[in-house]
Design a protein around this ligand. Sequence first.
Ligand SMILES: Nc1ncnc2c1ncn2[C@@H]1O[C@H](COP(=O)(O)OP(=O)(O)O)[C@@H](O)[C@H]1O
Ligand SMILES: [Mg+2]
Length: 372
Amino acid sequence: MKSRHDMIERYIGLMSGTSLDGVDAVLLEMDAQGKPQVVEDSFLPFPAGVREQVLQLQAIGHNELDLAARLANTLARIYADVVAQLLGKAALPAAAIRAIGCHGQTIRHAPHAAYTLQIGNHALLAELTGIDVIGDFRSRDVAAGGHGAPLVPAFHQDVFASDTENRVILNIGGISNLTRLHRSLPVIGFDCGPGNMLLDAWCQRHTGKPYDANGDWAASGRLHQSLLQQMMADDYFQLAPPKSTGRDLFDLNWLEQQLAAWPALDAADVQHTLLQLTAHSIAGEVRRHCPQTQSMHVCGGGAHNAALMQALQQQLPDIRICSTAELGLPVHQVEAAAFAWLAWRFCHRLPANLPEVTGAAGLRVLGALYPA
Ligand SMILES: Nc1ncnc2c1ncn2[C@@H]1O[C@H](COP(=O)(O)OP(=O)(O)O)[C@@H](O)[C@H]1O
Ligand SMILES: [Mg+2]
């Protein structure tokens, strides 16, 4: 008889999100019943210059095709490095891995124009690692009329849903997105708006640091009520789900337009108000679409922002706010684990989108295979 060990399939998930901080990797074991378990993780920060190259490609510019192809090669080498690091930590050979699920780096997200573009040279990643690579998870959902985002709610449902509690899973990456896991309601999930992205950009510009650790700088400033109100009046926050967004909308240009009426605002007050924007936009969506929520489990780097967590709790006093670690997955593992899980779905030709979440015409198998 086969032991449990023989039945296990191992997948690697790679996630590099809109924060542009680097690549999160996890090693996920799937047992014969389809139960996932993360057994190792790793992180590789982007080397100098990569972040700038991604940002450059997110705006319309000169010679985009050549730049995108070169950056896709650079990313594949970084992805291969983090895979090697992860396998080293786990003391496993490449042959022990069934497939890599690679999100790639989003450079354009335009579901209204029926495309979304994540780059990363998956052929090169397969060549460098000797492991099957599954990538381009979003395009098939978009082809079926969906937003191709968010894709993580199906994974959230699989690992975090409860029979006894109405939960919300909140991921605060560059963008914030939530998944409603209520006992008697369908799963919904959508992007709430900017998560860390504007906070990071403003902090970088004024302090030279890539992010505002714990939200300490934001906490030192004061709320500018009129600015907050004006920002909250953006159309995106009024839209009903399904909806998804990215740097295409909430970037420094957007912020500069918002600030045009107040050219002399104190930088720390702006940071404080941006933090409140993240908290208010999330809380508004929770009140509108998830009113019976009992607990909210936060993941993503924003979960480390103590001032942001405090602001969220103030906005949602009746909800118990805690981290996904309480449910067994540390905050930095959730998104990468979702892409390992998506690779498992692909390898078994199981659909992975939730049409009610993305707006697609139906269930679809997501991803494309680059064999080792
Ligand atoms: N200690 C911390 N204090 C405040 N913010 C943090 C901290 N650690 C990480 N972050 C935030 O988390 C971001 C990275 O989050 P991540 O979940 O990796 O997002 P993405 O998926 O968009 O890459 C950083 O850019 C930063 O804004
Ligand atoms: Mg990240």
